[in-house]
Write a protein of this length. Structure first.
Length: 161
């Protein structure tokens, strides 16, 4: 089975720079020496890139909660996904009064090489919603959303034959 749960709890953002923990010097800024102040990284060290599943879940959440306009996703969608997204966003289904919706949990299934079926749980206060979307990697190696669905509370899911 190729199902993977991937969302880890996000660290709380820090609004201040870290404080000095060196007991030999007072709490002042370090001396300005450009040769000494360079970041020490090895050439083989790469910065960790966020997964496409996490990026698209956050992007779709921004559009469906009204934080971003629908056309912001135009170059990130393919096929009917943009039409489905604009139809969903018309009603503002994830707009919450008081609390901002966040991606609570995310997982994906590798349908084939270059295609992911992703599900996310959206939390806004005590409410939970389900978001499902499909990502496909194009010949240019860019991921695009090709399908979007949102679980509407109070409406039972029916399978159409």
């Amino acid at each position: 089975m190729n199902k993977v749960m991937s969302r880890k709890p996000q660290p709380r953002p820090r609004h201040r720079p870290p404080t000095r923990h060196d007991s030999r010097r007072p709490g002042t800024a370090p001396p300005r020496n450009p040769a000494r102040g360079r970041a020490r990284t090895t050439p083989g060290t790469a910065v960790a890139q966020p997964r496409p599943t996490d990026l698209f879940a956050d992007r779709l959440l921004a559009v469906l909660s009204g934080q971003r306009p629908v056309h912001w996703m135009l170059r990130h969608t393919a096929g009917r996904a943009y039409d489905d997204l604009s139809r969903l966003a018309e009603h503002g289904p994830l707009r919450a009064h008081g609390t901002r919706p966040v991606v609570d949990d995310i997982g994906y299934y590798v349908a084939r090489a270059g295609a992911l079926e992703v599900f996310a749980r959206i939390a806004a206060g005590d409410q939970r919603r389900a978001l499902a979307f499909r990502l496909e990697q194009g010949p240019d190696h860019r991921w695009r959303c090709t399908a979007v669905e949102l679980g509407i509370p109070g409406r039972p899911h029916t399978d159409e034959a």
